[in-house]
Design a protein around this ligand. Structure first.
Ligand SMILES: [Zn+2]
Length: 356
């Protein structure tokens, strides 16, 4: 008879979701079937059509997802929440209300995100500014070239708003190829010129994942010099970064979920244990060190990006903020992805209230 390996108590730092969209989720609601989409524009159109069809409110759906994430060890998240001339600030108010019900166990930073365009959707910049007074923390952006068609106009608008409001920036950039890299270099140049090193994040940045591009190395150096954080999500068909190459260039990376069971994708659980597993799988992790790196990107790195000191500067197994797993090691945990037995923040065990 083979003995079952003993599962010791393993204590780890808390997890951080560096990029998630709680306002779009169907979590806690009935199953939602999705329409086909072949392009980014089609996905955005499906999203727009879906947003007004939910029976459950943004607060209800967000609270269901955030509660589930917290139970699975996520103690902080960067939430991109849609604002537009059509939606106004309602989604930001809904996600903020959900987050307040889970404070202080879960820290939620909200990005005012112009999903449906900024220059191409007149009035949105004013709504973004209003969102910063309605519960949003950061200024967002989206594909200044590919979707907006005006790199400098889009960046003038969002960097200008961030300067006026004294906020940080977190910009979605799906555009690939040398054009995508050129946009990233322009964001890096503006980050340095404005003294914003360490206070700008780019989400997805698929162009940085394409090793065939001649200016990739130079662009990674500019990103590192500007202290720009890259948030990656290890999504099914999308490119993932070469983690070794990012490290060699000194580019800082954190991991997020992106959309969870929304119009964009039927997948996702909001668990960063699952997401660390997916990153490790997508990047071909083999050694314990590679599995442990995926875990660090799902937790400590996000803590650094969001400025959550009890995660970024974790004091070890006796820390008052920690997760407890029945697991042999981080490597085994990332592979088997159990839920935590206990989630503890500031010395108190987290028991999220039931979704409502
Ligand atoms: Zn996103």
């Amino acid at each position: 008879m083979t003995a079952t390996p003993e599962r010791q108590l393993l204590r780890t730092p808390g997890l951080v979701d560096a990029h998630i969209h709680p306002d779009k989720t169907s979590w806690g609601a009935p199953w939602m079937s999705r329409r086909p989409a072949a392009t980014l524009r089609e996905l955005i159109e499906n999203d727009r059509a879906t947003q007004f069809g939910f029976d459950a409110s943004v607060e209800q759906r967000s609270h269901a997802l955030l509660s589930h994430a917290l139970e699975n060890g996520t103690l902080a998240m960067r939430a991109h929440v849609d604002v537009s001339s059509e939606l106004g600030t309602a989604n930001v108010e809904g996600v903020r209300a959900a987050a307040e019900r889970l404070a202080p166990h879960l820290t939620v930073q909200i990005v005012a995100f112009p999903q449906f365009g900024l220059l191409t959707n007149p009035g949105t910049l004013d709504v973004m500014a209003a969102a910063l007074d309605a519960g949003a923390d950061l200024v967002g952006g989206i594909d200044p070239g590919g979707l907006e068609g005006d790199l400098h106009g889009h960046l003038d608008a969002i960097f200008g708003l961030a300067d006026r409001a004294g906020r940080d920036l977190d910009i979605h950039l799906h555009d690939g190829g040398e054009d995508g890299l050129a946009q990233i270099r322009e964001i890096a140049a503006r980050t340095i010129a404005g003294g914003r090193q360490g206070r700008v994040t780019i989400g997805h940045a698929f162009a940085l994942c394409d090793a065939s591009l001649p200016s990739l190395g130079e662009t990674l150096d500019r990103v590192a010099e500007a202290g720009i954080w890259i948030a990656t999500c290890a999504l099914g068909p999308d490119p993932v970064p070469d983690l070794d190459r990012f490290e060699r260039h000194g580019v800082r990376l954190a991991l997020g979920s992106d959309g969870v069971r929304d119009a964009w994708s039927p997948f996702g659980t909001g668990s960063m244990v699952d997401r660390a597993h997916l990153l490790a799988y997508r990047t071909g992790a083999l050694t314990d060190a590679e599995l442990e790196r995926a875990w660090r990107l799902a937790g400590v790195a996000g803590g650094e990006m969001l400025g959550i000191s009890e995660i970024a500067d974790w004091a070890g197994p006796q820390s008052a903020t920690r997760l407890e797993f029945a697991a042999e090691s981080i490597a085994q945990l990332v592979t088997d992805r159990p839920a935590p037995m206990r989630v503890i923040r500031g010395g108190a065990e987290v028991r999220p209230p039931a979704a409502g």
